[in-house]
Each structure stands twice: as C-alpha cells, then as structure tokens.
Design a protein around this ligand. Structure first.
Ligand code: MRU
Length: 373
C-alpha cells in the first residue's frame, strides 16, 4: 500500500545484504514512520513480542523471516537440527493467540527438513520467508475481491449512486497487520477504489489503540473517509442505523467458525446481532486452526502487562515527541486480556481468499475440504 504516495510492504528481505530483514516499526506510527532492521532470531522474536510488528498475518511473515535468520545462525552451530528446533520453539513462544506464528514456523521447518546440505536449508528458509509473505499479500488481495461483492450488494440495496455504505471495524486488521492489503480492510480498499462511497467507523481499540493509531492512519493514507470512535460507541451507532456492515479480522479461527480477535470484538458482535447487522470476519486460511473445535475453551488468550491499560501515549499539541501519561491511581492493579472469542453463532460470514462461507464446520469445509480429511 502507499505511504505518502510510495508503495510499501510491512516486511521485506533486503536485496543487497543476505541475512537482513526490514520491517516498518509500528510502535511509532502514526507519529513517525521508521524502518527497523532484523538480523538475528532474537531480533525477530523481539519485534513480535514488543509489537514492532503485530497482526496475525504479519506475525506469521515475521516468524518465517525469523526462521531464515535462525537457519543462518544454525549453520554456525555444531548441531544444525538441534539449533534450528531450539530457535523455532523460541519464536513460537513469543505470542500465543495468533496461530499464524506456529503455522509459519512449522511450514519453514517442513521445507528445511526436505533439504540435505546446510546451504540448501538456508536457501529453503529464505524462499519460504518470501513465499509466506507473497502468499499473504495475494490472499489478502483476493479477500478484498470477495468482500467487495458484499459491500456492493449493500450499496445497491441502499439505492446505489451517492448512497454511502457505513462500515465498522475493530483494532487493525489492515495492511499493517499483514504484508499488504489487510484482511478486514481489503474489501474497504477495493470498494473505495471501485468508486463505491464508503465511510468507516474506526474503534479506537484500547488499550493499545491500534484502531486510532494504525487503522485511521492507513485509511487516511489511502483517502478512505473514516471517523475514529471510542470503543463503547459501536452499540449506539448500530441502534441508530449508522452501521451497515461490521468487518473485523481474526487471530485464530476454529474449523467450526469461532473467532478469536482483539479484545472487545465479542461485544461488537453481540450488538450487531441485536440490531440485525451483518458481522463478517475476514481471514486468510493461515489463520484457521484445524485442530480446535471450541474457541472459547481452547484458544489461548494472551495476557499482557497492566501498564498497557494504565499508561497511555500520544503526542502533545505542541508537536513534541510522543509522551506517556498514567490514567489511573498508581496503586490500582490492571488486567490486560488482549483477545476475546466470538462464537460462530454471532458471525454472519467468513470472508476468505477462496470465497465467502458460513461460520460453521460445514461452511468452512465447503471451502477447505482438504483440511477435513
Ligand atoms: O495485538 P495485535 O495488534 O497483534 O492484534 C491484532 C488484532 O487482533 C486485530 O484485531 C486483527 O483483527 C487480527 S490480526 C489480522
């Protein structure tokens, strides 16, 4: 996507230096646009856990790039196999909820296992990192094409022409959460580019404000009309006919259609159900967990430090650098559950790279029969 008119992906391998991975440092956005370098497995792990990169697809792409760096490091160790496995386990430990992390690491290990020499293992890890990133971008682009049909249908029902389709999204399932395009935002970009008038309500998404900071920035860079709202506003908007469609992303979706996504998503799904508004979830197939049936019981929910709740950051009006402020008494503890699970019964449709399906085992099976063998 474009940043000040220049095309970027969120992660790429440097052409001119083997063993160098570059990422957009998302901790600084929207106030500063900075590129960070990853040269070691440790760098890749830190980028994931400290959220230089975040979002299911990008966590997966960074893990695949981390495996390339791990292969280079392991070539210098006495026992390549033991070393690469240790580094793979280390990468997998960094964040628990987005299944793309484990998926990417296992895909890389599988490609490495098929090679005999150290050189060919490094080459395979590098190629896998490229393939995971390219596939992520391609799948998100296709999600956009399928989701566009849903938005077009609503636009036509509203009379077409100047009628505006009002969308609501939570957190950032935009191109910053993937390699390009995004999952929830891909249909929005496709609709905007197709000339359908859309407007997006952007949930701020406490505690880290990925909506206010990242989704708003992304949509603004692409010229998509949007409004940032506090997290509690969605129900009111829906009751008053101001939302036509909710689209969110997901960090892990069971093969039965239960969806783990950023904390607060479940409440939006309940409000959508109560108001008869379609609640759709967009995801590439790398975000399905083919082992888990019951999302509420089985998906691991990340808990992060309480300081993300008690301390907020932003820039002062005078344009100085970003500052932090505490918003609650120093002695009050805070809990920070990073994700929640929306049961399939509250999800209207899943939008995938293969098309749109019901959020149910039958629906998912109709698009991905090979995973139900
Ligand atoms: O904690 P994050 O920023 O990595 O979480 C990302 C999300 O939960 C997003 O909502 C997104 O929908 C899922 S990732 C595509």
């Amino acid at each position: 996507m474009l940043v000040d008119g220049k095309p970027y992906r969120t992660i790429w391998l440097a052409d001119d230096e083997p063993g160098l991975v570059r990422i957009i440092d998302q901790r600084k956005l929207p106030f500063r646009f900075e590129i960070a370098d990853l040269r070691t497995t440790e760098d890749a792990a830190r980028a994931i856990v400290e959220m230089y990169v975040r979002g299911a697809g990008l966590i997966g792409a960074t893990a695949a790039a981390g495996m390339y760096l791990a292969a280079i490091e392991s070539a210098a160790e006495e026992d390549f196999e033991a070393s690469i496995q240790k580094r793979a386990d280390f990468l997998c430990e960094q964040r628990p909820t987005a299944v793309n992390l484990r998926w990417a690491v296992e895909r890389s290990l599988g490609e490495l296992a098929a090679e005999n020499s150290t050189e060919s293992k490094i080459a395979a890890a590098r190629q896998t990192a490229i393939d995971v990133a390219d596939e992520d971008a391609d799948f998100c682009r296709r999600i956009g094409e399928h989701g566009l049909d849903l938005i077009r249908e609503i636009h036509e029902k509203k009379g077409g022409g100047d009628a505006v389709v009002n969308l609501l999204t939570h957190c950032n399932a935009g191109w910053l959460a993937f390699v390009d395009y995004g999952s929830a935002t891909a249909p929005m970009y496709a609709a905007h580019d197709a000339g359908i008038p859309i407007h997006v309500w952007v949930d701020e998404t406490r505690p880290r404000n990925q909506g206010a900071r990242l989704t708003a920035w992304e949509l603004g860079q692409h010229g998509v009309p949007h409004t940032v709202v506090a997290d509690n506003v969605g129900g009111h908007l829906m009751q008053n006919g101001l939302v036509d469609l909710v689209i969110t992303g997901t960090d892990r979706t069971t093969f039965t259609g239960d969806v783990a996504n950023k904390i607060g998503t479940y409440l939006k799904a309940l409000a959508a159900k109560d108001n008869g508004i379609p609640f759709c979830v967009a995801l590439p197939s790398s975000t399905f967990d083919w082992q888990i049936r019951d999302g509420v019981r089985e998906i691991p929910i990340e808990q992060r430090g309480g300081e993300e709740v008690t301390v907020m950051s932003g820039v002062p009006e005078n344009g100085d650098d970003e500052i932090e402020i505490r918003i609650s008494p120093e002695t009050s503890p805070a809990a920070n559950f990073a994700f929640d699970v929306t049961p399939a019964r509250l999800v209207s449709k899943l939008i995938t790279e293969r098309g749109i399906c019901e959020a149910s085992e039958e629906g998912v099976r109709s698009l991905y029969p090979e995973n139900f063998a």
